[in-house]
Structures are given as C-alpha cells and as structure tokens.
Design a protein around this ligand. Structure first.
Ligand SMILES: [Ca+2]
Length: 395
C-alpha cells in the first residue's frame, strides 16, 4: 500500500501535464469523436486541398508519448477540417442536385418537343386523310350522281324516254321517280348504259357491306345504299310494275368469283299487292344462267310464290321441308335470315351474301342461282343485280 501511494505521487505531475485540456475540464473523447476523426482522415485523401493532418496527431490522442501538438489544438484542427470537408460535400451534393434537375428538365423538354412534333404530324395526317376521304366521296358522287338528278319520271325507262331527245348521253345514277297512282316520289338507281339503258335497279349485291338479314318491313320499304348494295323495296317495285298500260321485264345479271358472267331474263314481271305478300309473277325465261326461279321440278318453282322474311313465313314448308337431308321449318332462317320468294325453299335466293363462304353455322349464306353450273357444280356468285325495264307495247 505504501509503495503504491509513493508511485502515484511520483507520477501525478507528469499525468497532469499530459492530460488534454478538455479532459481536465471534464470533456470526454468518446468513440463517436474518434470515428469522426478517422473519417476526416480518410476524406482528406479525396480532397487534396484539405489540410493534411500529421499522422502523429492520432497518436497524440491515444498516447501521450507522440502528442507533440497540444491535443485541444489537434481537435480544433480536426473539427475545422471536418467542417470544411462537410461544406465541400454539401456544395457538391447541391451542385449535383442542381445539374440532375437540369438534366431531367432538359430531357423532359426534349421529349415534349418530340411529342409536339408527333402531334402536329398526326394532325397533318388526319387532315390529309379527311381531304382524301372527301375527295373519294366527291368522285363517287360524281360517278354515281348520288345527288339525285332533278329530272323526274315514272320510272327509269320513262326518264330515259324523256331525256333521250334532249341529252346526247344520259348518265347512270340516282334519279327521282314518281310512279302512277302513288302518293310520293322516291329515289332509284337508273342504269342508263347497260343494254340500251332505262333500267330501274331493284336489287344489287356486290361487296357484302350491306346487311340483308332483315325483317319483313325492311324488305317492304327497302334498305341499303342506292349507289351500292341495296334492296329497293317491294312496295316501290310493286308500284313501278303495276302502272297503267305498262309491262316490265326483269333482268338478272350474275358474275362469278372467277369473273364469268351470265344472265337470266323474264319478259314479264310483276308483283301482287302487300295483301297477297307481293307474290311474284314471271313471264318467259331467256338467258345463260338457267331458270332458277322455276327450278327443275314443280315443287321448286318460285313463280307465283309469296314473299317471305325472317318474321313472315310463306315458304311452303309447313310444318317443315326436307332439303339435303335437313329438316327446314323456315327457308328464311335457313338462308341466313334473308327475304325471298321461297317455295320449299327453291333454287334461287339472290339476297344471299357475296362472300365466298359455303356455310356459316349450318346456314346457306351464299347468293343462290342453282341452275348456273359448270361441270355440274354451281358457280360461286360474287355479284348480282336485278333490274326492271318497260317493254315497249303497241297498245
Ligand atoms: Ca315455313
């Protein structure tokens, strides 16, 4: 005990002189501060302009033997250095943030400019498309005289007879007709070039763009686009062909998918009134496509048959027919819900579709004129028109 006290007394002055001031004042050099110091030392390598520390300073904290500079100065220097490095880091970070924001802004502005250019290009293209569309429409209008020609007549034959003496060439197109004994006038497409002209078109199928799956009332009133596919309407046709002192012929022109043409012509054609479901009456046949209206056997004969539609059944299948080993209750339903003068269903249905599809969901959808064949196989028909014209009579 005695020698320990003596030793402490001997060492005390030396201990007091080497103790850092802040320790003497009650401060602690904690591990956090040591860590800061080490970090500062490491950072200073990355920033050459920062004051370089004498390595001995570290030793100064740890051991009194190498502490040549007073420790409080060392700590102050280190703190200053830390502040300087932190300041520089902060500046760098700020600068980096600023340049990043600028970069993003620039990229966004560039993309916006690109989008603006694309937008204006799209607008320009749309304008061009619209211009082209209106040009096409205009040329169609000119080609087919979609705007009705302001010359009236009872039907296209009547108009042709009237205009023939005053116009050198009568154009095909849409005309206004007003048959005898009818309250109103309506538009029709007149073919003025085909076989001498004067034809009133009562049906046309050529591109499949018009839906022919229609109800009775549509087939009575007519539908479609007169310049393209259409069904003029049973009522209008009835009034045209039932005018006083007139007789009409019916001409059916067919084109196959391999562009072969054929026709069927009937030298008399008229319809009964709506009370009798617009039953069809046909005269003598002439042509190259065969008489599909009458077919080969009496039960196929559609001449004098009333008209049927999907909602009005006059098809002679009552309660049903057996066709190609199939039980058919409604010919209209079986033939894709089209309207026609079906009779058990018969060999003709010109309201079928021009699409080259043999069957669709068990229905027969094609344009049917079954007597027009090649090597025993019916032609696939891609277009058809039915048109009527006055027959010159002596009385
Ligand atoms: Ca039936």
């Amino acid at each position: 005990m005695m020698w320990t006290t003596t030793l402490l007394l001997l060492l005390l002055p030396q201990l007091l002189s080497s103790t850092p001031k802040h320790l003497a004042e009650g401060h602690l050099v904690d591990t956090e501060k040591s860590t800061h110091y080490k970090q500062s030392e490491e950072v200073s390598e990355d920033f050459p302009e920062a004051p370089v520390k004498e390595p001995t300073a570290a030793g100064g904290v740890r051991g009194r033997d190498t502490c040549s500079i007073p420790c409080d100065i060392t700590v102050k220097l280190l703190r200053d250095e830390k502040h300087s490095v932190c300041g520089q880091l902060q500046q760098s970070l700020l600068a980096f943030g600023r340049s990043t924001r600028k970069l993003i802004r620039d990229v966004m502005e560039e993309q916006q400019r690109a989008l603006d250019i694309l937008g204006s290009q799209v607008t320009e293209l749309m304008t061009k498309v619209q211009t082209l569309s209106s040009e096409v429409q205009r040329s169609n209008t000119e080609m087919y005289s979609v705007k009705p020609v302001q010359s009236h007549g009872r039907d296209c034959s009547d108009i042709k007879d009237t205009l023939m003496s005053v116009v050198p060439k009568i154009p095909s197109g849409i005309y206004i007709v007003h048959p005898e004994n009818m309250d109103t006038s309506f538009e029709v497409f007149c073919e003025m070039d085909y076989m001498g002209g004067g034809w009133t078109v009562m049906q046309r199928r050529n591109d499949g763009l018009t839906d022919f799956k229609r109800s009775w009332s549509d087939y009575v009133d007519g539908f479609g686009n007169l310049a393209g596919e259409h069904w003029l309407g049973l009522k209008k046709v009835f009034h045209i062909v039932n005018q006083k002192d007139t007789r009409f012929q019916l001409h059916i022109a067919l084109t196959s998918h391999n562009d072969i043409t054929a026709y069927a012509s009937y030298d008399d054609f008229h319809l009964d009134s709506e009370t009798d479901f617009f039953s069809i009456h046909l005269g003598r046949y002439a042509g190259s496509a065969g008489d599909a209206f009458r077919g080969y056997e009496q039960e196929q004969n559609q001449d004098t048959a009333p008209f049927s539609a999907s909602d009005v059944d006059n098809d002679g299948c009552n309660p049903f027919c057996t066709i190609e080993n199939r039980t058919v209750e409604s010919c209209s339903s079986q033939y894709n819900h089209t309207g026609w003068w079906f009779n058990q269903c018969g060999l003709a249905n010109l309201n079928g579709s021009p699409d080259n599809v043999e069957q669709s969901h068990g229905h027969w959808t094609n344009i049917l004129w079954d007597t027009w064949r090649q090597n025993g196989v019916p032609h696939t028909i891609k277009s058809v028109t039915m048109k009527i014209r006055r027959i010159v009579t002596n009385n």
